[in-house]
Ligand binder design. Structure first.
Ligand code: FES
Length: 115
């Protein structure tokens, strides 16, 4: 039996985030949480949102293009809310609609500028 002290410490999957000031963060994640909740709880630009009810689009993020194909496609409701923003990109997503799984470990995300 392996001694507890000899075991590697528990490692969480991480998301790599560029905030609105261009500062980079490596944030620990929790599987099953919404990406917006992870960003909010780390204090990275999600402080004025609607709590994930698709009412505000304040949780707008840009997903690294290399990761876009690994995420489930957005719902029509998410696309409709994104369309209300003055500026969106091909890699725009609403982070409250992304349910975190450890398969996303290392994903890169940029918090979109407030509009
Ligand atoms: S938190 Fe309001 S739409 Fe995502």
């Amino acid at each position: 039996m392996q001694d507890a002290a000899a075991r590697a410490p528990q490692q969480h999957a991480v998301v790599l985030v560029e905030d609105r000031e261009g500062k980079l963060h490596e944030l620990e994640t929790l599987e099953g949480w919404r990406l917006m909740e992870i960003l909010r709880d780390h204090g990275v630009g999600m402080d004025t949102n609607c709590g994930g009810s698709l009412a505000c689009a304040e949780c707008h993020v840009l997903i690294d293009p290399a990761w876009m194909g690994r995420l489930p496609a957005p719902s029509q409701e998410e696309l409709d809310k994104l369309d209300e923003l003055p500026l969106i990109h091909e890699n725009s997503r609403l982070s409250c609609q992304i349910l975190w799984t450890d398969d996303y470990d290392g994903m890169k995300v940029t918090v979109a500028q407030a509009t």
